[in-house]
Design a protein around this ligand. Sequence first.
Ligand code: HEC
Length: 164
Amino acid sequence: MSLYSKRARALLFGGALAASCVALASAYAQAPGPSPAKIAVENRRAEFVLIGNFFRWFGAVARGNAPYDEAEATKRAARIAYLAGLLDESFPDISNVGEPDSKAKPEIWKEKAEFDKKLVKFKEDARLFAEAIGKEKSATEGFKTAVANLGQDCKGCHDSYKAK
Ligand code: HEC
């Protein structure tokens, strides 16, 4: 076989591979998949699951049920602050689906301005929380106060806007 035809075959093979990748990608893009409403609820719940899991440890440390760890504290606080920053896109109108798929109460969309204020406050408080946690190097009173303060935001919003 000449060098030329080997090269031609390689080119043909490469071309066929690329074409089948494009076909696969477009089939995936066209698959029915979850609705935009379902995706919006899933994203929101995923964000809160992560916020909850990263925050729980602070409560345990503040109560003396888990050992303080500076690297852990810094990492978790930064992640909570980051996730809090995503929430202002997490309540589109289409995601007002109610139970059983979501525990977000319809009041969120009836009182959107009020609710948005809570979101803005939470975002700012999560930033301040990360700052405060960064300054404490053990489970000090300052650490406990910061945890309690942010916990008030969780509770305050859940009491009004999250179904039990
Ligand atoms: C501005 C309002 C608001 C704030 C602040 C808030 N949450 Fe929530 N949270 C909600 C709403 C609404 C839901 C229900 C979401 C849904 O089901 O669609 C929720 C759901 C949750 C869930 C359940 C997730 C699931 O689907 O399993 C957890 C855990 C959670 N939040 C933890 C927290 C923690 C921890 C904080 C504070 C660090 C916090 N939240 C702050 C409004 C808030």
